[in-house]
Design a protein around this ligand. Structure first.
Ligand SMILES: *Cc1c(COP(=O)(O)O)cnc(C)c1O
Length: 404
């Protein structure tokens, strides 16, 4: 692949026009959109309107002028991206909190089933929250096993199988339908964490028969730092499962101000407290961008960007830990290197922002909406340079930041 080849791909790229809808900083090739997505230009005026008009002028009247429905309205906007119906998704809280609600609900659902099964090396918060959830349900246990032992770990005590669709380090992807079917065959519920796949790969929860799902909106969906997360509960479980964090926003009549808790119908019962409207406003503007997007085009471009970096990494002698088959991975590429932290820092110093995941992974996110093939080609050339010149040996690149 030459720079001209990359430019030729850019000329025929059906997604090329989306780049202008993002505020990309000068001199940066941003390969970390899987950790914090780039600011969509539409967010700035939307947030300004929320501040100055909705809050500043309309004040509390704004609750009745669109704020109170934000969790359901934004959920309906996420629904098509995950193969859900509009009334199966709500937005609010964090992915961690949604995980807690879903896991405790699943553990309490059938007294004969009190085990959560999950994967060793899953995203840390998923396992930490699962640990907390079993602590809240008498007799509950957490079974964490290697990927190749998952099928064997399912049994007649399994309440729920918790899997992250795309692995945050390696980009390995589980087959949604396959694993949902395995959970069901064991009599368990299937809970997917879509944080690393929503907006990155096509997702069809309905076709997969998934029961529950959670996901992050500040990664590929570009909702902003700490943007509210989403929760999906398949329609047939909405009344059968109970939200353990029974707050007033999930009450059937929050403004009746009664003492006793009575859950609302449908997805509203999964709400907890007052939604963060400023964060919702950013996210909503970011989500509106997805109206005109074809996920098949996203997947095709992601594969092309991956191929460029895979070739550059191989030329640099790096070990790629992401699957070669596009159908078996998400939208990032990871390389293993003993000094991956220093390599990441050396790249950042050259304007290529990727990230490091302990202990030895250099991770580069591929976001088809705002990266060109030429950007990624340039990043690959700089990666080869940093490795060939051993530029990463500079002691300045050895000091660890709090966020890596
Ligand atoms: C990013 C990510 C999260 C983030 O959870 P927060 O509650 O938003 O901090 C959770 N799970 C996975 C798999 C992730 O990739």
């Amino acid at each position: 692949m030459t720079r001209d080849d990359a430019r030729a791909l850019d000329r025929s790229d059906p997604l090329a026009a989306f780049r202008d809808r993002f505020a990309l900083p000068e001199g940066v090739i941003y390969l970390d959109g899987n950790s914090l997505g780039v600011l969509p230009r539409a967010v700035t005026p939307a947030l300004a309107d929320t501040l100055t008009r909705q809050w500043g002028e309309r004040l509390i009247r704004s609750w009745n002028e669109g704020w109170i429905e934000a969790p359901q309205r934004l959920g309906a906007k996420i629904a098509p991206l995950i193969g859900a119906a509009a009334d199966e998704v709500i937005v609010g809280d964090t992915t961690s909190t949604h995980l807690f609600k879903a896991l405790v609900a699943a553990l309490r659902h059938d007294p004969a089933r009190r085990t959560i099964v999950s994967e060793a090396g899953n995203f840390p918060t998923d396992l930490h929250i699962a640990e907390g959830a079993v602590g809240c349900v008498p007799g509950a246990t957490l079974k964490v096993v290697a990927r190749d032992r998952l099928a064997a770990a399912l049994g007649d005590d399994t309440a729920v199988l918790l899997l992250t669709h795309v692995h945050y380090k390696t980009a390995e992807r589980f087959d949604l339908a396959d694993w949902s079917a395995r959970a069901h065959a064991a009599g368990a519920l299937m809970l997917w964490d879509l944080s690393h796949s929503v907006g990155a790969v096509p997702i069809d929860l309905a076709a997969a028969g998934a029961d529950l799902a959670v996901g992050c909106t500040y990664k590929y969906l570009n909702g902003g730092p700490g943007a509210p997360a989403f929760l999906y509960v398949a329609r047939q479980w909405q009344a059968a499962l109970a939200n353990p964090v029974s707050g007033w926003m999930g009450h059937a009549e929050p403004f009746a101000f009664t003492d006793g808790y009575r859950p609302a119908e449908g997805m509203r019962r999964w709400l907890v407290g007052t939604p963060s409207i400023l964060a919702m406003a950013s996210l909503e503007a970011a989500l509106d961008l997805w109206n005109d997007i074809d996920m098949a085009q996203i997947a095709a471009k992601s594969a092309a960007l991956f191929a460029i970096l895979a070739e550059a990494g191989a030329a640099a002698g790096l070990a790629c830990v992401s699957p070669a088959d596009p159908a078996q991975r998400g939208s990032h590429i990871s390389f293993r290197h003993r000094h991956a932290y220093a390599v990441t820092q050396a790249l950042i110093a050259r304007g290529v922002i990727g990230d490091f995941r302990a202990p030895d992974v250099l991770r580069l996110g591929l976001t088809p909406l705002y990266l060109s093939h030429e950007d990624v080609w340039r990043a690959g050339a700089l990666l080869q340079e940093v490795i060939a010149d051993e530029a990463w040996r500079d002691p300045a690149y050895a000091t660890r930041n709090a966020v890596t």
